[in-house]
Design a protein around this ligand. Sequence first.
Ligand code: ATP
Ligand code: MG
Length: 763
Amino acid sequence: SATCIENILAGLNPAQLKAVQHDPAIPLQILAGPGSGKTKVLTARIARLIITHEISPSSICAVTFTNKAANEMRDRLTKLIGKRRTAELKMGTFHSVCVRYLRMYAAAVNLDSNFTICDADDSKKLLSALMKPYAEYMANNDITLSEGTVSSFISKSKAKGQTAALFFKEVEHDEGRSSKVSKTETAQEEKKSIQRIIAEVYIGYEQVLKANNALDFDDLLVYGVKLFSTHTESVLWCKHILVDEFQDTNTMQYELMKAIGYRRCVTIVGDPDQSIYGWRSAEVINLSRMRNDFRNTVQVFLEQNYRSTASILRACLAVVSEDKKRIPKSLHTNHPLGATPFVGTFETEKEEASFVASEIKRCVANMGGVLKWGDFVVLLRFNALSRPIESALQKQGIPCRILGGHKFFERMEVKDILAYLQLVDNPSFNPAFIRAIKVPSRGMGEKSLSELAIRAQELKISQLELVERIHDNKASDIKPPIKKKITSFVKSIRCMRRLDQEKIPPSDLIRKLLDMIQYEDHLRKTQQDWDSRWENVQELITFANEIEADALKSRPPFDELAPEQQSERQVLYCSMLRDFLQASTLSSEGDNDSEDQAQEKVTLSTCHAAKGLEWPVVMVPSVDQETFPFYRTEDIDEERRLLYVAFTRAKSLLYVLMAEKRVVAGKTKSKRLSNFVASVRGKDESLFSCDVPRFLPEDRAVVSKVLDRCLPEDDEINRRLNELESDGSYVQPTFQTRTGEMVTVSLQGVRSKIQKVPNDSAE
Ligand code: ATP
Ligand code: MG
């Protein structure tokens, strides 16, 4: 393995080497700008811990920000240390790491191990039911409060460790104080404040989750912290934790890192300039918190950017330097200048979108095979901006995929099917019951349903259990018509339960279910676009197949597990159905497109979801003064950093676009270029260009150099020209042209003549 470690260290610069070889037992912070190899170093460090320090992969926990980033790291590590050892690593987002441990040690934190993970949509439904009783009161008292507001409040509270009970106490305390102060306003005293309502709903929400044996996303972290910090003695805990994109951790995630890394073997990488999740309670201050909590933390700074051309890097740094509160840091590159980032203004968003499509086509055609569809990304400030781009791409026959904000698992038909499966996995999850019982319609009105809900609550059983009792004639007080309506439902559930116990894979389970409830028929009868919805259902089966294949692949052979990994063994045996459900609920965090598919397609993504990733060509539309900064933002600097994150994804070409007129909710609005770009361009005009890149042979050479790809058709000629250039044996010939001029032909000139320049339709 000596040669192996050499491979891993080869090509790293001195600062990167220092970080990779840093003592495993001394906490380490790697702070550096985009493209400086932070993630690369983190990956190499994991490999070195395993190879040189012989640390067991199963005791290393590597945390990434998205599932997609975890997959990339897994691929890189597979190449470095092989598939088996990579599979043993505890790798994923904070959420997925927590889920994994919580399933194993659920009892230690008073959970059932078959808890269901409630997604944002489920949570909102629960909240909206809980808020119903307040509707009249709020209307009478002129209080407006949406589930959205309450849900984000609860999420923020959980992210900073504020429980429902704590918040309730705080509100009571405040009320106590204010009623003393304003004795005169007696009417006011009777009033429930917004705070009070939120506090009550929060408490109700926690109770409902508990009763449903469900956790929301934030709970995963809350319970994770509870588990790790109260059971520090367990031998199975990780001994090393490494966290990527640390600048975007929130308090709970920081606590989690601290708890997991209690033996001080902590490595984090981050870049304060790229902190873009303040709106979701991320706190850059965690960087200094860490230096306080881990006193001997060593810092390493990386200063060379390996990702972008020099002119892209220059423009990016100019943009981010406008933040006067920022701590300046140096970042340079050895890459050639390349094409100046392009700023393009279009009249309408339609023209902007069609430029995106035709420009992508032009690049692919004129780069002589260097660029493929998969090399392009269109980065958007928010998802809704994708619609015109999507249709322009479609019109021009360019395949595309959507990264992040991938709404697949939030689609009605997908959720319908998942609801049934969730019920099989966790019978007490009422939201799934409420969904499934209505698919297909069984003639159960809202009234009968709420009757059932109330009765189930009285009996302290789940709604599913109640209908099962009714079906079995064990609940005599319920009216007979209901019984008839639920017969087929109970039969279907029981049939699936049996199949699951027989270890039928989820894909077959879905097929059987579709058959039993005649789902295609149901869609046909109820949905206009039933055929595309049916496609999504088929896609769900494909997804289940992939999960099944992965599950079989990534599990280490059972007999090789050490005896102390007994509980892990149980989890491995645990039903594939749960793997599948978990993957589908957690996938809203990232993307499930397999890599080969991604190769062939242009990517559409939000700027947030693109963090940590890179593409040869980046296009950012709608860089106007209302979108960047987003007009509803509370933090302008965070918006600037977001644009910086977007721009710094580019390796070779960067397009900054905007439309002067944009239709927003039926009204045409005029726009001007974002100040983030306009102000730096005002200071230095050369940073951005108004001309589209030309793609002369020199440009192609730069692009292929930065991408480390050769021009396919020119391999042999290039080799020969390089030889001539390097041994100095090329003699510049001089010719007389027909007009009598004398010209000498430089090597550069020869290159440009020899390289086939395809027709450039746009020029
Ligand atoms: P970000 O802040 O955007 O997440 P990062 O600091 O994590 O960026 P990486 O993604 O690790 O940067 O690296 C950026 C690119 O530079 C990658 O393509 C990586 O392979 C390349 N790279 C990093 N270090 C080197 C090196 N020493 N030699 C060659 N290429 C390198
Ligand atoms: Mg990175």
